[in-house]
Design a protein around this ligand. Structure first.
Ligand code: NI
Length: 224
């Protein structure tokens, strides 16, 4: 399942992220790439040792961890600290698969889900689409500032060359409590349906039974 979520952060936070990154130091993105991705990765990343960058990524991570749709779709158990990436004219990130296991300050985690939070206006740069190679073929995404795409880390994907302007994004990874993407999708569908039932009809018997099934499937599948 690939999910796009609009306005995952407030316009106020988005404005502060843009203002802070405009004054931050960026380094060559190859420093954080695996050995094979390094050959195709051409971008820049905000130096994670800057206190204002550390504070921002923590603020963004906690905004995501409060976002109901993100939580329903990802069911995160662990998250990797976000990285801010910048692509200037001529930069791109060729086809790659994200590392399956990544180091975090809390120890190693498995990457089940990758996400990109777009941070600047798509009309302000040319190219720079995120292209995901799925069983349905190749799909491209270039979302509004403040929107996030969540996709399986198991996919081959790339960032198309930026041919004008500058692309700014935050990228991150989550290990889910539910490892299997099909199980995660069933839980997402059930949760969506029970919320729709609640909004339309209140706490009905149907809502209660959907909630029970959701809870019991989660009990079968969750790793915590
Ligand atoms: Ni990637």
């Amino acid at each position: 399942m690939i999910l796009c979520i609009d306005q995952v952060i407030s316009p106020e936070l988005l404005g502060r992220v843009q203002a802070t990154l405009a004054d931050s130091v960026f380094r060559d993105g190859r420093e954080t790439a695996g050995w094979h991705a390094r050959t195709v990765k051409q971008n820049e990343q905000a130096d994670g040792r800057q206190p204002e960058v550390v504070a921002l990524r923590e603020e963004l991570a906690s905004a995501l961890q409060r976002h109901p749709l993100f939580l329903m779709a990802a069911r995160p158990r662990r998250m990797k600290p976000l990285m801010f990436s910048r692509y200037q004219e001529g930069m791109s990130y060729g086809n790659h698969v994200d590392d399956a296991v990544m180091a975090t300050p809390q120890g190693a985690m498995r990457t089940d889900l990758s996400f990109t939070l777009f941070l600047n206006d798509p009309d302000s740069y040319e190219g720079g689409e995120l292209l995901i190679d799925s069983t349905a073929g190749e799909q491209t995404y270039k979302l509004p500032a403040g929107a996030l795409i969540l996709y399986p880390s198991s996919t081959l994907h790339r960032v198309e060359p930026v041919t004008g302007g500058e692309r700014l994004a935050a990228v991150g990874w989550a290990q889910s409590q539910v490892r299997d993407p099909q199980q995660r999708e069933i839980l997402f569908d059930l949760d969506t349906t029970r919320r729709q039932e609640f909004e339309a009809n209140g706490k009905t018997r149907t809502f209660d039974m959907l909630s029970k099934s959701l809870a019991n499937l989660l009990r079968m599948w969750a790793e915590v």
